[in-house]
Design a protein around this ligand. Structure first.
Ligand code: ATP
Length: 116
């Protein structure tokens, strides 16, 4: 049980590290809070909450994995290496795609409620 709880501590340390060191992660957290606030205000349906929760989790998870990959690349390849650059670029592209997906989901849910 102690070991199980320690696993949570490590995971929270990872979240804290990402929040402290990564501006993008903080931006995503603010976007998440904004989306949740709007969701509460507009009384979203269960289906809409599911899509929103999925989009939010998807972005945060890809950002966390991107951060882990950046750290790993810097660890194994501290100097300039074209492949290290490609790895970071591809990893960043995954975050970009997930963010576009979240914007599309947010748009589908909120644009009709905000403007029509
Ligand atoms: N070791 C390297 N060798 C070659 N190119 C690199 C290397 N490290 C970074 N790059 C290039 O520079 C870009 C930015 O890298 P960097 O590590 O600053 O990422 P970042 O997303 O700005 O990270 P952070 O969120 O820590 O600021 C990468 O996407 C990659 O194209």
């Amino acid at each position: 049980m102690k070991k199980f709880l320690k696993g949570f501590t490590y995971a929270f340390n990872g979240l804290k590290y990402a929040a402290v060191t990564q501006l993008n992660f903080r931006v995503h957290l603010v976007a998440m809070l904004t989306a949740i606030t709007l969701g509460l205000y507009f009384h979203l349906s269960a289906n809409e909450w599911c899509w929103l929760a999925f989009a939010i989790a998807f972005v945060l998870i890809t950002e966390l994995l991107n951060t882990a990959i950046e750290i790993l690349v810097d660890l194994v390849s501290p100097g300039y290496n074209i492949k290290a650059g490609h790895i970071k670029d591809v990893s960043a592209a995954a975050v970009l795609l997930s963010a576009i997906f979240a914007v599309v989901v947010g748009g589908i849910i909120f644009i009709p409620k905000l403007f029509f």
